[in-house]
Write a protein that binds this ligand. Structure first.
Ligand code: A3P
Ligand code: MG
Length: 422
């Protein structure tokens, strides 16, 4: 498969095969303050601004991250879970949907049902990492038994637990010019948990969305309804209700340089065909975008939209996107399949465009930075990492604060019945 190590010219944007991972698996488990995970070019400043004993800030300047593509292991699905129409958690795949190939000239009206067949998730409810934590608890013995043989220190066998969406934000940070972020970090039993905190600006934007914006947010979900069936041999039901509480989430494990990651992300649908590959390669991401009529629009699509689309799907190893291009009235005028492995080729003629290697190196460096900073292992301590466009990443420390996000049921569940080594 071409995303598994077929020859690609730098910057490489594919996964590393297991053999190559082993060859490169010599990174220190405890990255030091001044050492990026790959040697910078001569003359490059270090991304951490630091004194001899502490690192206080991380630069997001793109040039610092123009280095060889870091080792990124092919993501492996270790499980999945579902959230039902009332946002209840189930440790199974009941919400998975099956992709149904659209007609070449589709007749999709994305506005249909907005007023009368739409149940919207309450975005004011902050779920933090709760669903992932529930999945971890439900699969604790499976996870811990796969670690038992290894002598690595985190009880869970992973260095970082988070949502895929949080990692997507990290990947796109060097190119983001509008929206900052806040990420809360807690070290618990050797594993770092990263959970996003809504910024004031983002809360204001959310509470002040225009009617047009609210309707356009529905369009993406409506597109999914036109292309997805609930059963493997079923058909889409465009007359049904769109309920954004419902979700199917994959849980994957992978490694970025020396960071073992476990993260979850919502998956739109899967290829249900008899020859479909195993997850996550069978998954398909669905997207909508404005129709492209001018070269300027195409360039903007490449520069801004494809960056976000690539980052979101590359992380969990979802190989393709089916995109619907819509007119201003919400009618889909064309659909197109975009292969993630082809995106770096699609953008190659854009002047001064984004680079996959910058995204991955920044993410890797950020995780090293966090691991350098966060030393106290306690669910009561949160380091709040903060970033605004054109600034460095900085942090503040909070003990027993409103930022604590590991719930008592998780802390107790992880500590009370620790799997016996015998
Ligand atoms: P589009 O992707 O077609 O824009 P996802 O693509 O991640 O599966 O998300 C499904 C849909 O949720 C999006 O469809 C969009 O309609 C809506 N959505 C998700 N995140 C959004 C955001 N930050 N702002 C606006 N809409 C969003
Ligand atoms: Mg989608």
């Amino acid at each position: 498969m071409d995303q598994h190590g077929r020859k690609v010219n730098p910057p490489r944007s594919s996964y590393q095969n297991p053999k190559r991972i082993k060859d490169n698996d010599t990174f220190s488990a405890n990255p030091k303050c001044f050492r990026p995970s790959h040697s910078p070019q001569e003359g490059d400043p270090a991304p951490f601004s630091s004194s001899a004993s502490s690192c206080r800030a991380l630069s997001t300047r793109r040039q610092l991250y123009e280095k060889p593509f870091p080792v990124y292991k092919q993501p492996v699905e270790v499980g999945s879970f579902s959230l039902d129409s009332e946002r209840r958690f189930f440790n199974d795949a009941r919400q998975i949907r099956y992709f149904v190939e659209p007609h070449p000239k589709p007749d999709f009206d994305l506005r249909d049902g907005y007023k009368d067949r739409f149940v919207k998730r309450d975005e004011g409810v902050k779920e933090k990492l709760d669903h992932i934590l529930r999945w971890i608890l439900a699969n604790k013995s499976k996870l811990e038994s796969s670690v038992a043989a290894a002598s690595s220190s985190p009880a869970l066998g992973v260095d970082v637990v988070t949502w895929r969406g949080h990692l997507t934000k990290l990947l796109t940070t060097p190119y983001e010019t509008h929206e900052g972020w806040l990420l809360a970090a807690t070290l618990f039993r050797g594993t770092l948990y990263l959970s996003e905190v809504e910024t004031e600006a983002s809360r204001r934007d959310r509470e002040n969305r225009t009617e047009r914006h609210k309707e356009m947010m529905y369009w993406g979900y409506k597109f999914e309804q036109y292309l997805c069936a609930d059963d493997i041999k079923g058909s889409p039901d465009p007359g049904g209700v769109v309920n954004t509480n419902e979700a199917f989430c994959t849980v994957v494990q992978t490694k970025l340089a020396d960071h073992k990651l476990l993260f979850s992300g919502e998956v739109d649908c899967r290829d249900g065909g008899p020859k479909s590959p195993a997850a996550p390669a069978c998954y398909i991401e669905l997207k909508t975008s404005a129709e492209i009529c001018t070269t300027k629009q195409r360039s903007n699509f490449h520069r801004f939209k494809l960056l976000k689309w690539w980052a979101q799907s590359f992380l969990p190893g979802v190989p393709r996107i089916v995109a619907g291009f819509r007119d201003p009235d919400g009618l889909v005028v064309a659909t197109e399949t975009i292969h993630i492995s082809q995106i770096s080729h699609l953008i190659k003629n854009e002047y001064n465009c984004w680079k996959p290697t910058v995204c991955m190196n920044f993410c890797c460096e950020f995780l090293s930075f966090v691991r350098t900073v966060v030393k106290e292992d306690s669910p009561r301590v949160v380091h709040l990492f903060s970033w605004d466009p054109h600034q460095d990443v900085t942090y503040t420390v909070h003990r027993d604060s409103i930022y604590c996000f590991l719930p008592p049921w998780y802390v107790e569940g992880m500590t009370s019945s620790i799997t016996s080594p015998h």
